[in-house]
Design a protein. Structure first.
Length: 444
């Protein structure tokens, strides 16, 4: 009996000890709180917005401090001491303005300190080296003349005083990225950009550069509008055969169109699908390489008559009913049926497949944001990733997609925006507006 009592006493004592240890560990809470920065950064410009998430899942947050340390001195960005337990999470959002804090450009430490409500006052810290840079890049525009045509292409060349995160030209509502060209010890940027079809003297046009710290600079581009002739407008009468044929073709490609009236399918293809296709084309062209792959004038389909021009506004009429309108963003060229189609210039194939209204379509990237598109092909002899030479046969003309007869729809794009191909076919335009500019810059 005495032995059994002793064993029970030992067990009870052990349980009490374990309970006491557990209660002590729970009470004192050894686990540190957690700090997480929503977006990491290593530079701060004239201002930077930050978001820091603070967590303590036990006793809660007691106090925190967000600061910058420079020259041994602490500059408080945000701080708070919470009056009671229970706040398990706090998201601190703040804007850092180095000039208001009287910080100097140069190295500093971004610091966050968090203390919980445990009697041990568990503390977590986050410290990261940062560079304060409040000086925006300087832009030197190297091209003096920018003679433009509505719907055409323009080239701007510029140098920057420092490395940047992004740079390019803002023209109208569009931004076109610049591409760095390493030329000896003095690199420069080239930026081909599309001129809006409705350009006026008041259209915004400027080089914009943003460095890694978020500092932005802008330099206006002087320009002269050379041609102001209006684009053509026309009404196209479509008959039963065409509407029915295209409805059947696109219903086979998209089962969701099955059973819908032919005219409804026609309108969908000419509006919704057209817009979807153009968005995909822009996305594809956004992956353009940084090196110029082309050389010399772009070639035009041989012995072909133009059937529709760039910028033509078409209104489709069917039995007196309007089935919508569209802007023609290329040049239609017709020759013999299934005529061989040649690459307009050297480049890399970035697309060779069926593409909605464009039917069988090949897109060639010529580098630095320039691309050419060949649509309605009956066959394609290249695939994505192929390098092609100028005048290399890439397929044959046809009537696939939203085409009424055998022809080539040819487009030129700059930064994913359709531009007038006629300029790229013109050796005089190319010499005056591209080649001479580049030769002049290289000689500087």
């Amino acid at each position: 009996m005495k032995g059994m009592r002793k064993q029970i006493q030992v067990v009870l004592l052990a349980a009490l000890v374990l309970a006491g240890v557990g209660a002590t560990m729970y009470y004192f809470e050894w686990t540190r709180p957690v700090i997480s920065l929503d977006t990491a950064f290593d530079t701060i410009g004239r201002s930077r917005d930050i978001a820091v998430t603070l967590r303590d899942n036990r006793s809660g947050i007691r106090k925190y401090t967000v600061a910058l340390i420079q020259g041994g001195r602490e500059y408080i960005v945000a701080s708070e001491e919470l009056p009671a337990k229970g706040t398990l999470e706090r998201v601190v959002r703040a804007r850092i303005n180095p000039s208001e804090l009287r910080l100097k450009d140069g190295e500093a430490t971004f610091s966050v300190t968090l203390v919980d409500y445990s009697p041990l006052k568990n503390t977590a810290t986050l410290a990261a080296k940062v560079t304060i840079d409040s000086v925006p890049p300087r832009i030197a525009l190297l091209t003096g003349s920018h003679n433009i045509n509505p719907g055409g292409t323009c080239l701007a060349v510029y140098r920057l005083s420092k490395a940047v995160a992004t740079s390019g030209v803002k023209c109208g509502d569009e931004f076109f990225p610049g591409y760095l060209v390493q030329s000896g010890s003095r690199p420069y940027y080239v930026c081909y950009f599309a001129v809006p079809r409705d350009v006026t003297g008041a259209t915004p046009m400027a080089v914009i550069a943003t460095d890694r710290s978020g500092n932005q600079a802008s330099s206006g581009i002087p320009f002269y509008i050379r041609r102001t002739r209006p684009f053509r407008s026309d009404s196209v009468n479509v008959g039963d055969a065409f509407v029915q044929q295209k409805a059947v073709e696109f219903q086979q490609l998209d089962p969701s169109l099955a059973g819908k009236p032919d005219t409804e399918v026609f309108v969908y293809v000419n509006t919704t699908l057209r817009a979807e296709n153009d968005r995909k084309i822009r996305s594809l062209c956004g992956k353009s390489g940084g090196k110029q792959l082309w050389g010399g004038t772009f070639i035009r389909m041989k012995d072909a008559a133009p059937k529709a021009l760039f910028g033509d506004m078409r209104t489709y009429l069917y039995q007196g009913q309007t089935l919508g309108s569209s802007v023609h963003l290329g040049v239609d060229l017709a020759s013999l049926a299934q005529a061989p189609i040649e690459a307009a210039n050297a480049g890399t194939v970035i697309f060779a497949d069926s593409l909605g209204i464009y039917g069988n379509c090949v897109i060639i990237d010529h580098g630095q944001g320039i691309a050419s598109l060949y649509a309605h092909l009956s066959s394609m002899s290249v695939k994505e990733g192929d390098a092609v030479a100028r005048e290399q046969v890439i397929g044959n003309s046809g009537a696939t997609g939203f085409a009424g007869g055998d022809h080539l729809h040819f487009s030129m794009l700059v930064g994913g925006v359709f531009v007038d191909p006629k300029e790229w076919w013109d050796p005089h335009w190319l010499k005056d507006n591209v080649e001479t500019k580049l030769e002049t810059v290289k000689a500087m």
